[in-house]
Design a protein around this ligand. Structure first.
Ligand code: ADP
Ligand code: G3P
Length: 498
């Protein structure tokens, strides 16, 4: 009897394995952080072998601590940090270079060159994206151009590319299956989101051989079984894939056009379902594929914020101001506000709606009265201000004024942040019972594919409110605070001219 679906959430800072039962309840979670590699200012890498060993480790830990039988798992769903680029040797299975992470800025010059050559409109039209170092395409090009022998091997069909979903599925199936789904493909800057194929014009622009790209599939279907030799002796269907932000949209049951969610993890990502319609943003948002199910693709508008919870991690690891992320709330509460301090965490440039690869982080408004509490509070506020930037664009682009915003991700545990978010938006903020919606979405996609669950409607009825945060701030104060934020952002722009 199949009792569970397992979701693998391969995030930017950690790997998780989570088991859900038929009632969508979490039966067990195992999670482990892995190493962040910063070889130079603005560069970010992960070791793909460590991603695999960490992911494998949490799978084994989850099975051991929940004491379930592996053959009770109906299917596995994979969700992943998007854009992060792995290139490996098809024959040996060994990566030719570290994974280049979505946050990495090393391809800024390649992007500037593409812009100078006039490719921006074509890229926007075909991919829904802006030309930015964020996306996989220029990262693949960098590896082929800079790793000795890589281009020659790629041209001979000996190298494979994948985002981390593709990498994990390759490993889980013992090197038999090389696939991704529409949502992940739409983040590569190589995939035509209108025609739904790897686009030859884009591949030529980036000089990437098509042979190295994975097959693109629905987000909910059986792609293959785990290799028994790899997966604890069992062949379990891998039946769902979605980029983590699209998976969160699915897990939040945002199934109707106009439904939106914001996920507060390493970065912050607001997505609004636009159904079968492709909205082209006039305000700095991306158009992206939400998911493909039964050959039908649905789209979303997205505001991508690069640094959100990562600013809190920086307070912990870089500044040693706090011992753990949750302490940020305790310290921030020690002051009534930031006393005029603004923290713009543009550590890796600015994403939506500004798209400035050369912006860098800064703290403004410091006085002799500034304490660490003000800085911690300003860091938390920056998540809310960045979200306001993006929500403004989303409302202008879609013509929809959101009555409430569904939120999820690690940082929404912070009540102070959620209240400030409602205050600064002037919009209700709804936190669901399950904030692991990314994993839940991946589980739903995998469960639907094997008949463990029957319909999206069934799943939508399971969404439960944990707490609603109502806006309490008056309009004048909101406007004054936000004006200060916009001034601060403006001063971080175009900073890095190296
Ligand atoms: N109580 C909290 N207050 C503020 N930030 C938090 C809190 N708990 C976790 N975070 C932040 O949330 C992020 C972790 O969320 P998660 O959804 O696990 O992210 P990801 O999937 O990107 O790794 C970290 O960056 C962490 O700093
Ligand atoms: O790992 P997360 O949750 O910060 O998400 C990363 C995004 O997918 C990057 O586009």
């Amino acid at each position: 009897m199949k009792k569970y679906v397992m979701a693998l959430d391969q995030g930017t800072t950690s790997c998780r394995a989570i088991l859900f039962d038929k009632d969508s309840k979490i039966v067990g979670v195992a999670q482990k952080e892995f190493t962040q590699i910063y070889p130079k200012a603005g560069w970010v890498e992960h070791n793909p072998d460590e991603i695999w060993s960490t992911q494998y480790g949490v799978i084994a830990e989850l099975i051991a601590k929940t004491d379930i039988k592996v053959d009770e798992i109906a299917s596995i769903g994979i969700t992943n940090q998007r854009e992060t680029t792995v290139v490996w040797d098809k024959n040996t299975g060994k990566p030719v270079y570290n994974a280049i992470v979505w946050q990495c800025r090393r391809t800024t010059d390649i992007c500037d060159d593409l812009k100078a050559k006039g490719y921006e409109d074509m890229v926007r039209e075909k991919t829904g994206l802006v030309v930015d170092a964020y996306f996989s395409g220029t990262k693949v090009k960098w590896i082929l151009d800079n790793v000795e022998g890589a281009r020659a091997k790629a041209e001979k069909g000996e190298l494979l590319f994948g985002t981390t979903d593709t990498w994990l599925i390759w490993k889980l199936t013992g090197g038999r299956v090389h696939v991704t789904d529409y949502s992940n493909a739409s983040r590569t800057m190589m995939f035509n989101i209108r025609e739904l194929f790897w686009d030859k014009e884009l591949l030529k622009m980036l000089d990437v051989p098509q042979e190295m790209l994975p097959e693109v599939h629905n987000s909910s279907e059986v792609y293959g079984n785990t290799d028994a030799g790899v997966f604890l002796g069992y062949e379990i269907p891998i039946a769902g894939i979605a980029g983590d932000q699209q998976a969160a949209l699915f897990g939040q049951a945002c199934y109707e056009p106009g439904d939106a969610k914001n996920t507060y993890g390493t970065g912050c990502f607001m997505l609004m379902n636009t159904g079968s319609k492709i909205h082209t943003s006039k305000h700095g948002l991306l158009t992206t594929i939400a998911w493909g199910i039964d050959g039908k693709v649905e789209y979303a508008l997205e505001g991508s914020i690069f640094i959100a919870g990562a600013a809190i991690q920086w307070l912990r690891d870089g500044m040693k101001l706090i011992d753990g992320a949750a302490d940020s709330e305790y310290y921030a509460k020690k002051v009534k506000d930031t006393d005029g301090v603004y923290f713009v965490p543009a550590f890796v440039g600015l994403g939506a709606p500004y798209w400035d690869m050369r912006a860098r982080g800064a703290i403004f408004g410091l006085t002799r009265g500034t304490t660490k509490y003000h800085i911690i509070r300003a860091a938390l506020d920056s998540l809310a201000y960045q979200t306001k930037d993006v929500l403004g664009s989303m409302e202008s682009d879609s013509g929809i004024s959101l009555k409430s915003l569904r939120v999820d991700g690690g940082a929404v545990a912070n009540d102070l942040l959620m209240q400030f978010q409602a205050d600064i938006l002037g919009t209700r903020v709804d936190r669901p019972e399950i904030i692991e919606t990314t994993a839940l979405g991946a589980a739903y996609l995998a469960g639907l594919a094997v008949g463990f669950w029957t319909s999206k409607e069934e799943l939508a009825n399971r969404w439960l409110l944990n707490r609603r945060f109502e806006p309490e701030m008056d309009e004048e104060k909101r406007a004054k605070l936000y004006k200060g934020w916009l001034k601060a952002v403006d001063r971080t722009k175009d900073w890095d001219d190296d």
